[in-house]
Design a protein around this ligand. Structure first.
Ligand code: MG
Length: 292
């Protein structure tokens, strides 16, 4: 199943998305519950989720990110596709490159929850802060059942589903500071959505992901090429950190980001970035230069 968070008449609702994406079927729940976005569905029974009102045409609502404000930072994995690990280490911005080009253990960082924006919202480029803003198409895992010390074998039982994120990055800030949080957590730097899908919708070992900038395919890869797969990532994170329902884990980006080109192709005012996984949808955001 595929779900959306959206607002209509100023109120947030959560709905099931029709196969063609043209209609949302709002799920009956309290306003307080719906305020959590798709996180409201975690722990609900199939019967509760099937309790829907009449469909609303998608064009009549304002789409929101599936998790408009995650409960805590979004966990992210760095350098998790081989070709991207090489292009990033060769770019000169990799403050972790001294350790090794290809990581021996997952590189984990995070983005603050306030970075999240919806499909259709603007990625803000602030030239007074960064001159090197880049895109990163990523599959994101949504944790359904929390836990600590989760084994690889059991990891997928803790996954509720998936969404898409664009892990927008200020490369100059990522390179300047050894910790990546500042370069990754600028306002508007986590477009998410457009929808979230349940775990059964997607073959985690064989899913194609793309990133298209101004109509040109820049990234195209398959999750089978992840260096650390989803069970390994969950085992790594949960060894000492209790994962919570609604946690989001961005699994890393493939080759083809702006710094992979010579000269680099950073995002500019007016650029349109589209991140796609067929069963989830297309997450499209335009860049807007807005000095602070
Ligand atoms: Mg990333």
């Amino acid at each position: 199943m595929r779900f959306a968070a959206f607002s209509i008449s100023g109120e947030r609702r959560v709905g099931m998305v029709s196969a063609d994406g043209a209609n949302f079927h709002p799920i009956n729940m309290s306003t307080e519950r719906a305020a959590k976005g798709v996180a409201a569905l975690i722990g609900m029974s199939d019967a509760e989720i099937a309790d829907v009102s009449s469909p609303i045409p998608a064009h009549e609502v304002t789409l929101e990110a599936p998790f408009p404000r995650p409960g805590r930072n979004i966990f992210c994995v760095g350098k998790n596709y081989l070709d991207h690990a090489h292009e990033f280490s060769n770019s000169g911005f990799d403050s972790s490159a001294a350790a090794s080009t290809v990581p021996k253990a997952p590189i984990i960082f995070s983005k603050v929850p306030e970075t999240v924006i919806a499909h259709g919202e603007k990625i803000i480029i602030d030239p007074t802060v960064s001159a090197a803003i880049d895109y990163e198409a990523e599959l994101a895992v949504i944790i359904g059942t929390g836990g600590r010390s989760i084994s690889k074998a059991d990891a997928m039982n803790h996954v509720w589903g998936y969404t898409l994120v664009n892990d927008v990055t200020a490369r100059d800030l990522q390179g300047k500071y050894s910790q990546w949080l500042i370069g990754k957590s600028q306002d508007t730097f986590c477009p998410m959505g457009p929808f979230a899908v349940t775990r059964d919708e997607l073959d985690i070992g064989d899913t194609e992901i793309r990133c298209v900038v101004n109509g040109e395919i820049r990234q195209q890869a398959n999750t089978r090429d992840l260096i650390f797969d989803v069970p390994t990532i969950i085992e790594t994170l949960s060894a000492g950190i209790t994962l919570l329902p609604g946690d989001i884990i961005a699994t890393g980006t493939p080759a083809g980001v702006g710094i992979g080109f010579d000269p680099p192709r950073y995002l500019r005012h007016g650029d349109v970035v589209r991140v796609e996984i067929d069963v989830i949808g297309s997450l499209e955001n335009q860049c807007e230069e807005r000095p602070s």
